[in-house]
Design a protein around this ligand. Structure first.
Ligand SMILES: Nc1nc2c(ncn2[C@@H]2O[C@H](COP(=O)(O)OP(=O)(O)O)[C@@H](O)[C@H]2O)c(=O)[nH]1
Ligand SMILES: [Mg+2]
Length: 250
């Protein structure tokens, strides 16, 4: 097991129009920290001014000699996957983080559950920890029957192709040791990156551990995943393609 005595954890928070969620989320993540912990927000110049809120929170929480909140405001690039990858690169190379975590910034993934993912790595020897809705103790009370059913089908398909160590290949609530993320860079545009990452991690023999969590509805702002069947099917097609691609490669 790698030496992770007092590791630095960096939580990457990708945001687009999360003005009312980002402040409570940053505070929640830092309030529940179990080791040295910083957050790195990657905002794509959100029209609602999310980045301004982050600047304000950073001014309040950063102390001389201790950076706890960092804002990266991207002006000429956008997209969820590249935002997370940018955060990973900054966290590992600029700040020397040992563990990188990330999650949605809509408060659907409770920050108080994050320590469970971190401990899976620091205390139980996991390389990657995945917040899972589809194992005992987990649930999805955020989405309707259609979205939940499609997610279930896609995850069953991914499990059949890639391995049943993971039941929530589309989770998006992740913690990983930095060397794993150095070896496996994210691919894809949106949520399919998660199937790709977890599928490759499982098939390359990394220890991937699931931690149950309850996904709750966002209360502020709008989902970037459309709510109609056509949109879900379009995303589903990409997810299926990502799983098949990993199976073909490995
Ligand atoms: N930086 C960045 N973040 C994004 C982008 N699209 C979505 N996000 C963030 O990605 C996370 C997931 O989006 P969300 O709307 O919750 O999608 P849903 O969970 O599928 O409904 C949220 O934190 C969003 O603010 C993007 O283009 N750039
Ligand atoms: Mg979400």
């Amino acid at each position: 097991m790698p030496d992770l005595t007092n590791p630095l954890v960096c939580t990457v928070l990708p945001t687009y129009n999360e003005r009312d969620n980002i402040g409570p989320l940053i505070r929640g993540v830092l309030a529940h920290a179990v080791t040295s912990h910083m957050v790195l927000v990657v905002d794509d110049d959100s029209p609602d001014g999310t980045w301004q809120v982050v600047e304000k929170v950073a001014t309040e929480l950063n102390r001389p000699g201790e950076t706890r909140v960092v804002l990266i405001r991207r002006m000429d690039e956008s997209g969820l996957t590249s935002a997370i990858q940018r955060g990973i690169d900054e966290g590992v190379h600029t700040y020397g983080a040992d563990i990188i975590t990330w999650m949605d910034c809509d408060l659907s993934m409770p920050p108080e559950d994050l320590p469970n993912l971190v401990r899976a790595i620091t205390e139980e020897g996991a390389d990657v920890a995945v917040g899972s809705r589809w194992i005992p103790g987990g649930a999805d009370v955020a989405h309707g029957t259609m979205a939940r059913s499609l997610s279930w089908i896609i995850n069953r398909y991914a499990m059949t192709l890639l391995g049943d160590q993971v039941h929530d290949y589309t989770s998006g609530f992740i913690a990983a040791r930095s060397p794993v993320l150095e070896a496996i860079r994210l691919r894809g545009d949106y949520g399919e990156y998660c199937i790709d990452l977890l599928g490759r991690a499982v098939r390359q023999g990394y220890r991937v551990q699931e931690i149950p969590y309850v996904c709750v509805p966002r209360t502020a702002g709008d989902s970037k995943t459309g709510a109609n069947l056509l949109d879900y099917l379009g995303k589903g097609r990409k997810y299926v393609g990502a799983a098949w691609n990993v199976k073909r490669e490995t």
